[in-house]
Each structure stands twice: as structure tokens, then as C-alpha cells.
Design a protein around this ligand. Sequence first.
Ligand code: NAD
Length: 501
Amino acid sequence: MTETLHHWAGGAVLTSASDRVGDVLDPATGKVSRRVALASESDVEQVVGAAVRAYPAWRDTSLSGRTPILFRFRELLNARADELAAIITAEHGKVASDAAGEVARGQEVVEFACGIPHLLKGSATENASTGIDVSSIRQPLGVVGIISPFNFPAMVPMWFFPLAIAAGNTVVLKPSEKVPSAAQWMAELWREAGLPDGVFNVLHGDAVAVDGLLTHPDVKSISFVGSTPIARHVYETGTAHGKRVQALGGAKNHAVVLPDADLDMAADQAVNAGFGSAGERCMAISAVVAVGSAGDVLVEKIAERARGLVTGDGRRGADMGPLVTAAARDRVSGYVDAGEAAGATLVVDGRDVKPDAEGEGFFVGPTLFDHVTSDMSIYTDEIFGPVLSVVRVDTYDEAVALINANPYGNGTAIFTNDGGAARRFQNEVEVGMIGINVPVPVPMAYYSFGGWKNSLFGDTHAHGTEGVHFFTRGKVVTTRWTDPARRGESAGLDLGFPRNG
Ligand code: NAD
């Protein structure tokens, strides 16, 4: 019988009261590996309740009490990263090296959060007015909700929960129902690290679980990552219910290649950024904008490299794994059909790929289009698959205008050896994360991650100092203590407090 994964609340498995379940698939074989409970409203109550009960004690746990737990979590994650990476490959399909990379990027945020005593330091002003001091402190919010997408089962939750926990909040994580096991594994790791029961909880489910968190009066904030339509819904519903919300949405990332660029490097990077994780990355490059004479040589170099990639089961040493579901595969193949029908030049066709895998996995091979125009659906839509489109333009200005006209603004890159052009690009382009000869410019944990326009609703990016700010609220304290020598002069009211000394 196939095992069903239930929620995690108060430091233990909580069996769902709902009879709704989802299938969890192994995308490389197409087989159902386990089932996952899909929460009912009463499950939401129970899991949020566990976080509410744990909050007062965790909020009052000193920083010296919290930080050793974070360090232990880091050490355990370090020692057992391979286990987590294997879970990611088995449910998402990304190849082992990609899965290991994902864990490492999440771990950077854990390391950043280990420095929470420094990050939470407030400020103080002595003698702001005669005898008056002012100080500022930051305090936790309470129960915080995190809702994550399928494409980074470990890293995206780790963009948020290490800082949320370090700052004294308690957490309810609602992972994608397509890849639920990594969240459960991390919950057990927290318990092993000594985190008090109820500080980190996992609620499995779909829209019922999400809407339950968005409207729950005890949930004080929502950190969401997923597609743009759902991010917008989460932002609007969460804020309408009085919550602080950061909702990161979809993307359509461009890489501009100027004629003076190192075209071998640009081609290598376009292949990594376009086909890594089968294109299922919010920072994937999906449009290469070839300026002027760069186009012909670049397309030839990308095509040669794309044809050399091995597509297959991520556990067998393939370069690129499957898509997450049969529906995702069919959607991506449909876009390839549409691109061909619209008149783009199909240079490498991934629809007929022969994967190195057993069974009926959800594979589409690397696909490359040339002469794509901005009215084609392969350009306008987020495909979220291994399809790279080359758009040709004559000038740098046209390239920037194309990017700035796009409704998304997550990441972008420029390849050039001209420092002046790169400098102009970083200044002019309306995108949140910029790479200069770097195709996937994911910020380090001590900077903040987030896009512009339809790639982020709200004003706070993930992790870095913005993350600390998101998971805390500021308080300013204005204080007057009278000098003992001058106390007799004070003509203030006697409020009945005992006097010092
Ligand atoms: P998704 O929007 O389908 O799902 C994200 C989360 O929302 C999941 O937990 C899911 O259960 C929940 N959800 C789905 N439908 C819902 C509904 N109708 N009502 C309420 N909740 C709902 O996204 P996905 O397919 O899991 O992930 C891929 C998307 O995420 C892509 O668009 C990608 O660009 C985006 N993404 C963005 C970033 C970023 O940093 N901006 C990072 C990773 C992924």
C-alpha cells in the first residue's frame, strides 16, 4: 500500500482529518511514490494552533538560547545534505548536482540566520532631549506562514524559515503538494537540532490550506513564492486580512549578448541557465537577446552544446532531468508546437528526446528557437521548461527596451567586455536582480532576493536584511530617568513607583 504523508505539528506527525489526498510522483519514472494529505480547514486550525501555543515561550527564549539550535541545525544539514538532495531528485526530478546546489543555497541562509544577535541589534541615542534617551528594538511578529512552489522544495522554504525562527517567530510551512517530503525531513531535522515543539510546523495541501492561512487571524505574515496569478491572489487576500505579505511571482528572464562578448562563455552560460533544472527555475534564462552580429555565431554555439546534453533520470548522471508532471511536459511540448507554428526557427527540438531512464518519465529535451519575436507565445509566456528562445535585435537600446516592456522583472544578465555598456545596463534595466557576465544572479544570503513588476507583490525581498525586517516589527522607546542628585528638583507627579536607591 502507498504510504500517505501527513502534517507535522507540535513536534510530531499530525494525521489529517481530511480524506483528500494528492499523488506524489517520481517524475523520472512516472510512478506514484507516495501520497500526501491535502488539508481541510480543521487541519489548518490544528497546525496553526500548535504554532500559536509554541510562540510565547519561543519569543521569550533568549538569543543565547536560540542561536545554538540554529548552529546545530546547520551542522546536521551539512552532515546529511545528500539525503535531502536525494529526496529533491526523487520528487522534483532535477539532477543530483542541481539538488545539491539547491541545498547549499538554502544552507547559506541558515548560516546568515546564525548571526541573528548581530542582525537584531537596535540603535540608541543618549540625551536626545535633556535627560531623555531613545532606543529602537525589533520584535517578532508571532505565527508566520510560508507557502512554497514545487521547483525548490528545500531552498525556497529556507529563504524564509531560518530568519523567521531566529527572530523569535513560530512557523507554518505549506510546501508544494507536488514535492512534500523535503519539508517533512527538515521538520524532523529541527527536532533533532533541539528546536522546541511547535516552533516549526508543516501543513500539507492545496488551495484550501493556502486560503486557510491567508484568512487565519492568528497568522501574522505570509511569505509566498509561486506563479504570478497565485502570488497576486495571495498578496491581495493576505493584505485584505491585515497581514504583512511578500509574494514572489513568475519570471521571464533575458540575457543580452553584445557582439563584443566572449561568445563561448555566453553560450556555456546560456545553456546552464536555460536548461539547468530543465528550465524549472524562476531565475532561468528563457530569452537570449542577441545584439547585431552576435546572433549567428551564438546560435551555432548554443545549438552544439544543447545537442550534447544527456537528458535522463537525475540519479543516473544525466545533465538534465524530467519535468515535474505529465501536464508540465505536455504544456511545454505545446509551446514548442506553438513556436513552430508561429514561424520561429526550431534549431534543436526536444520533443523527440530519448531519455536515459526507465519507465514513463516526463521528459522534454533541450529545445532552442531562433528568430523569435515578441508577439509569439514562446516569448510572452513563462514556459517553465527547457526551451530557450533567441530574439535578434540590432542595437543595445532595442535590447533594453524589450526587457523593460516585459511585465516580469525577476532577473536579467548582460554579456559584454565593455564596462561602460554594463554600467548603463545595470542602471537602465527595470529588473530586480542583474548579472554582468553572470547568467543566474541569485544574491547571496546576506543580500536580498526579489524581482520587480509582476515578479514580486509587496515591497520586501527575501532574506538578507530585508528578510530580518520582514519577520520583525520595530519599536521605539523614549526614556527619562532622573539624576539622583537632581531628583528633589523634579516637580513631577508621584505615580507611586518606588524610587531607586
Ligand atoms: P504555483 O503558483 O502553482 O504554486 C505555488 C504554491 O501555491 C503551492 O504551494 C501551491 O500549492 C499553491 N497554490 C497553487 N494554486 C493555488 C490556488 N489556486 N490558490 C491558492 N494556492 C495555490 O507555482 P508552482 O508551479 O509550484 O511553481 C512554479 C512557479 O513559481 C513559476 O511561476 C516560477 O517562476 C515561480 N517561482 C518564482 C520564484 C521567485 O523567486 N520569484 C522562485 C521559484 C518559483
